[in-house]
Design a binder for this molecule. Sequence first.
Ligand SMILES: Cc1cc2nc3c(=O)[nH]c(=O)nc-3n(C[C@H](O)[C@H](O)[C@H](O)COP(=O)(O)O)c2cc1C
Length: 176
Amino acid sequence: MSASVLVAYATRAGSTQEVAEEIAENLRESGFEVDMQPAKKIRSLDPYKAVVLGAPLYMFHWHKDALNFLARNRQLLEGKPLAIFALGPMNRDEKEMTECREQLDKELAKFPWLDPIETELFVGRYAPDKLPFPMSLVTKMPATPLKDLPPSDSRDWDAIRSWAKKLAGRLMPTKS
Ligand SMILES: Cc1cc2nc3c(=O)[nH]c(=O)nc-3n(C[C@H](O)[C@H](O)[C@H](O)COP(=O)(O)O)c2cc1C
């Protein structure tokens, strides 16, 4: 019998949702039943044996829907395997990856009870035209380096798939 996994996500411009879809699909291929939903819409974790939570970093912070999800579900999450991923840097530069990982670690440190089985940072996409207001304004401000940055998509799908496969292996013991 397959175990049920929730893939909860938050997004502004859609790239994290696409990564969540890819992870969900890979978990399905590994034999899990997967339910994928926006983190802010989830009301109960009871049906799930494990949870994957993914969200982007913006302005040095993790998406508030992901932070709220953790705050809201502490009790239930303490009893289930939880895996976390974030989208952040817009290129694969090592220094930037390290800085963004520090941002994520700082955000997760707000939840001292948190003990994820996996935490991963993926390179993101820069799509200013897809950003909703008011974040879209940030990319147009005269002082921001984003102003002259061309749109780009540096997501590493091989890294995303191999993380999902690794996750499937780690979640196997929870299958009943
Ligand atoms: C205005 C703006 C601010 C951002 N700030 C950060 C940041 O502080 N740290 C980071 O790692 N990535 C940052 N990013 C990169 C986003 O996390 C990346 O574009 C991600 O793929 C967006 O996810 P989404 O498409 O799901 O909203 C920023 C992007 C934009 C457009």
